[in-house]
Ligand binder design. Structure first.
Ligand SMILES: [Zn+2]
Length: 296
């Protein structure tokens, strides 16, 4: 194979004959960075992998300036799941849970669960948040409903993750007169759905992107766009940790200083980077005077 971009990459494509646009994300090393950071139960690890892939897939057809995140909160055993993809293709994610998790982990049965997709730019404070109804068992089904509601176009998603790879395929029917240069016929979407239905999770995980697309859709004239590289990456910074501490307030910061023997250590849960603040740093950041330099 000459194509070296087979892992940690987003492929956008058009099925020209059918008038369907799509994206295929295949994660290897980037997923393993996230998956192995915490010893996740297998069911939760799968869901986290699917959500990480989904956050990348959802950036495929939007003009992103900042980050796109998928966040799920519940009062049950699965407390939090968060994944993010930036406009630079940097991915991160984590989940928090209380053992034991229900088996299977059905999204429509999580108690008081709320899911949101947030698109925005943290630095500039601009954010758009869409709530996602959890009316399907799995994440792919939940997101298909979300697309049907928010974009009023049929969409199909396949998501799968194991310990090695996390892979996702997204298909969207284009509007009938979209100026997208694709020729549509009446049963094109149905035909593409039939082809897609032959794809199981094992094949999705095991097959390289260009082979997969050719195998499924070679009769639909696949047009592949330039692939976008993805990678694990964290957007944490000393400035952001300082802002978080400032938001806790003086009392909390001073209590923590006393408890931790005159310094505050903050570990990033996504990338394990450690940020340390001594009394002088803490005083500076509480006064809001550029107090973010110093021990790094
Ligand atoms: Zn970090």
């Amino acid at each position: 194979m000459e194509n070296v971009l087979v892992e940690d990459v987003l492929h956008r494509f058009l099925l020209e004959r059918a008038g369907v646009r799509g994206a295929l994300v295949r994660l290897g090393p980037a997923w393993r960075e996230v998956a192995t950071r915490i010893d996740y139960p297998v069911t939760l690890r799968s869901l986290l992998g699917e959500a990480l892939v989904a956050s990348a897939l959802l950036t495929a057809n939007i003009k992103l300036d900042g980050e796109l995140s998928v966040q799920l909160k519940s009062v049950g055993a699965l407390r939090l799941l968060f994944t993010e993809c930036t406009d630079q293709g940097r991915l991160r994610g984590l989940a928090r849970w209380d053992a034991p998790l229900p088996e299977p982990l059905s999204l429509d049965e999580l108690p008081q669960a709320v899911m949101a997709i947030t698109i925005g730019n943290v630095e500039r404070g601009q954010r758009y948040q869409g709530l996602v109804e959890l009316r399907a068992v799995n994440l792919a089904g939940v997101l298909e409903n979300y697309f049907a509601r928010s974009e009023q176009l049929p969409a199909r998603l396949l998501l799968a993750a194991d310990g090695e790879h996390a892979v996702g395929l997204m298909l969207q029917k284009l509007p009938d007169e979209g100026g997208h240069g694709a020729v549509q016929d009446d049963d094109a979407w149905t035909r593409v759905m039939h082809l897609t239905a032959t794809l199981g999770a094992a094949e999705l995980l095991a097959t390289e992107p260009d082979q997969l697309l050719y195998r499924l859709y070679h009769e639909e004239s696949v047009r592949l766009f330039d692939p976008r590289p993805l990678a694990f990456g964290c957007s944490c910074s000393r400035e952001r940790v300082a802002a978080m501490l400032r938001s806790l307030g003086r009392e909390e910061v001073e209590t923590t200083l006393v408890e931790q023997g005159g310094r505050i250590e903050v570990h990033c849960e996504f990338c394990a980077q450690c940020y340390e603040f001594d009394r002088i740093d803490a005083e500076q950041l509480l006064r809001g005077v550029g107090g973010v330099s110093g021990t790094a």
